[in-house]
Design a protein around this ligand. Structure first.
Ligand SMILES: Nc1ncnc2c1ncn2[C@@H]1O[C@H](COP(=O)(O)OP(=O)(O)OP(=O)(O)O)[C@@H](O)[C@H]1O
Ligand SMILES: [Mg+2]
Length: 337
């Protein structure tokens, strides 16, 4: 019989799903394409397919990102997307009797945390139970941190639309803050810069690809060719952009992540700070792969930084441990109203 216990990381950029005994079974863009309006609205594509349609969707098809800064921004589209996803993983959106563990940003209000529960309970599936667990706890498990015996570990998760900076120790979260910035900001800076300075239009997907070369935490000079449309001629064209041109537009945000990481120490007892210094800062989330980010943070904080090649999967991997061990999960499941 198919296992019916799932872990879900609703990332602003990508949704990751774990199924008991099967591991990570889905990693798809958090995007939905719909046609029609109001009661006639219905989805035509979701996930990676909908993302492919973004900026080249035919007239009448609306492509939407239902989350913003880590929170559910469009409940209806999010529920539609969720139904679409459950159908893809299980053959039916009516996933009765299932249990879900959902990772939520720790620095959210109860209302914003409960919005994720609503998505799953208000969809077509009628779950038996939905439990919410703070993301930094999942991250810690996914990074292999022994949180119950930890005297202090600092995790910086730089995602698509959020940066979550948290200290965990003795089985809990000591302090956490959520900054409303991540990789999407860099994509938009690249797109806007090229449009303004070269009269040249590129899509957001192109900007995201260019970012992997163009955005760097150090002001190194790396050129990359961008393909798009020249606004003046209206024709397809190419331009060469250097990372040094983009740097002035992104360096503030990169510096701010370091400043906010340093400031979290201000209210931290010395024994916890000592442990963090010994263990090093953990950076994770897809945008932790920004070139030179680890070294920049290490230089700014004067603490070594541990990066991971599983950066986009640490939250869902940690959730997976809870899915497999319900006793552990119960210890961390949030009891909200
Ligand atoms: N090699 C890379 N270099 C820089 N950025 C990258 C790289 N690979 C992926 N990214 C970026 O990582 C981000 C996605 O990371 P992740 O999956 O951790 O975010 P998310 O969980 O969807 O978002 P959030 O946690 O903010 O809600 C995107 O902005 C993506 O462009
Ligand atoms: Mg994330």
């Amino acid at each position: 019989m198919a296992q019916k216990v799932f872990g879900v990381d609703f990332g602003t950029g990508t949704i990751k799903i774990y199924r008991k005994k099967d591991g990570i079974i889905m990693n798809e863009r958090n995007v939905i394409a719909t046609v029609g309006k109001n009661e006639n609205k219905h989805p035509v594509a979701m996930g990676d397919k909908a993302y492919e349609m973004f900026e080249k969707a035919p007239e009448g098809i609306h492509v939407n990102f239902p989350m913003k800064n880590g929170a559910v921004a469009d409940m209806d589209d999010m529920i539609n997307l969720w139904d679409f996803m459950t159908e893809k993983v299980s053959g039916t959106p009516k996933l009765k009797g299932s249990e879900f563990y959902i990772a939520v940003p720790a620095d959210f209000s109860e209302v914003d945390k409960n919005a994720f529960k609503k998505v799953v309970t208000n969809g077509q599936g009628k779950p038996k139970a939905v439990k919410l667990i703070d993301k930094p706890i999942c991250d810690a498990y996914g990074l292999g941190i022994d949180i119950d015996n930890s005297n202090g570990d600092l995790i910086v998760n730089i995602g698509a639309d959020t940066t979550e900076i948290s200290i965990v120790a003795q089985g809990g979260i000591i302090v956490t803050k959520l900054l409303p910035v991540g990789g999407n900001f860099f994509d938009m800076q690249i797109l806007n810069y090229i449009r303004k300075n070269y009269n040249f239009v590129i899509g957001r997907r192109t900007a995201e690809n260019l970012k992997k070369t163009l955005v760097s935490a150090t002001n190194e000079d790396k050129p990359v060719k961008a393909y798009g449309r020249n606004i003046l001629t209206g024709l397809p064209d190419e331009v060469t952009i250097h990372s040094t041109e983009i740097y002035p537009f992104i360096s503030n945000v990169i510096s701010d992540i370091a400043v906010q990481t340093k400031s979290i120490f201000e209210h931290t007892p010395p024994e916890i700070t000592h442990s963090i210094k010994e263990n090093g800062i953990y950076i994770t989330g897809g945008s932790s792969w920004i070139s030179g980010m680890d070294q920049f943070l290490a230089n700014e904080t004067m603490i070594k930084v541990n990066s991971t090649k599983h950066a986009q999967r640490t939250v869902i991997t940690g959730l997976g441990e809870f899915v497999e061990n319900p006793k552990k999960a119960n210890k961390y499941a949030l009891s909200l109203y």
